[in-house]
Design a binder for this molecule. Structure first.
Ligand code: NAD
Length: 362
């Protein structure tokens, strides 16, 4: 098993270093190879996704990614900005399924903006289609309106579009994931208004025939947005398109309180994946040893579960994270009165120690 390690910019190298230490503590047979990406790659090679980095990512079984971006690159032409690296990787690796678990750890229920009883024990998985929908549909553009009440005025337009195979493959990812969880999929659409999402609903229903052990329900996106804050624990797996998923996954992420805790995966058709925390490169806190490395460590656990097929190791990492939280260790972003404040590296040390303890026990 080969893993491409792409730390990136800002806090990326600090948090990825901790995830790598935890991975090494598991003593699995994995080969790690590191490469530059984002602003760091632009500085060294003049491009945020150099050929060598892309080749490494393509050859590897999985990619562990930190974050890219810094304000100083905002003036660069769009194609050279660090964020283009992540878009390029998604495109070249065919990463069409974005998995974002929203788990509220018992010890952090107070950090949520919702009442603790609504989020205690929350464990949902949002699956967002990542390569289609209105973000990529053609035609798109700006022009003078050719007709209608506003003929001659500036107008802009995008195209919402999904094909049957695109819907089938993301639906299968959702049903497979639900099988390993509580066996329920909620497909979120806007079939009452949009043709694209009538097809979405029809195809998801057809694919479901091969997964009779999984319960499927359909929900309009406006209702889903409401239910996510009214009764988030009523969901297990949510599957939806690119646009709705973009919005709902951020909404769900915030239910758990801290951006520093949330992992994600982007998978291709063969479960190869790119694993990264949902947060960015946090330039405001980079290099200060205060960033929370847990989202990256938990992303690495997702990598063990979804690509490397090492569910026991994934369980051990997640248990180790729970253990350090139970011990009262907190980085600044999740710290509260009475807890022990630790830095990035000390948090990594604690997770490694918890892993090593379970190794010794077993
Ligand atoms: P951000 O997620 O980097 O930071 C938002 C806030 O959360 C900041 O106050 C930051 O200090 C804090 N934060 C983020 N991660 C944290 C962690 N692990 N521990 C503690 N606090 C943490 O978002 P931003 O400030 O809007 O963007 C900064 C840069 O990151 C930009 O260049 C942006 O384009 C880029 N970005 C990259 C990705 C990616 O690489 N996938 C995603 C989002 C943003």
């Amino acid at each position: 098993m080969k893993i491409a390690v792409l730390p990136g910019d800002g806090i990326g190298p600090e948090i990825v270093a901790q995830a790598v230490r935890v991975l090494r503590a598991l003593e699995l047979k994995v080969e790690l190879e590191e490469a530059l990406v984002g602003g760091a790659a632009y500085e060294a090679h003049g491009h945020p996704l150099p050929e060598a980095t892309l080749k490494l990512a393509q050859a590897a079984d999985a990619v562990l990614f930190g974050a890219v971006g810094a304000w100083k690159y905002d003036q660069l032409e769009r194609a050279l900005r660090p964020e283009q690296a992540i878009l390029g990787l998604r495109k070249h690796l065919g990463l069409f399924a974005n998995l974002r678990p929203a788990v509220c750890y018992e010890q952090l229920t107070h950090a949520s903006s919702l009442k603790p009883e609504l989020v205690a024990g929350l464990d949902i998985l949002i699956i967002r289609e990542l390569t289609g929908d209105i973000y990529f549909g053609q035609p798109r553009g700006r022009r003078q309106a050719p007709d209608g009440a506003f003929a001659g005025a500036d107008e802009a337009f995008d195209t919402m579009r999904y094909s049957r195979p695109e819907i089938e493959r993301i639906a299968r990812v959702a049903f497979e994931a639900a099988r390993k969880r509580r066996g329920k999929v909620t497909s979120v659409d806007k079939a009452n208004v949009l043709e694209t999402f009538q097809l979405w609903k029809d195809v998801v229903t057809e694919v479901h025939r091969g997964y009779s052990d999984v319960v499927l329900d359909h929900m309009y996106v406006d209702n889903a947005a409401m239910q996510l804050v009214r009764a988030p624990k009523s969901f297990d797996v949510i599957v939806t398109g690119n646009l709705f998923g973009d919005i709902l996954s951020d909404e769900a992420a915030m239910l758990t309180g801290s951006i520093g805790m949330l992992p994600s995966a982007a998978l291709d058709a063969r479960q190869k994946g790119l694993y990264e925390p949902i947060h960015g490169s946090a330039p405001d806190i980079a290099g200060k040893d205060i960033a929370n490395p847990l989202a990256t460590i938990l992303s690495m656990a997702m990598m063990l579960r979804f690509t490397l097929d090492q569910p026991e190791s994934a369980d051990r990492v997640e248990a180790a994270v729970r253990h350090v939280l139970q011990q009262g260790l907190r980085t600044a972003d999740i710290w509260s009165e009475g807890m022990r404040k630790v830095g990035t590296r000390a948090m990594g040390d604690a997770v490694v120690a918890a892993i090593t303890k379970t190794t010794t026990k077993s």
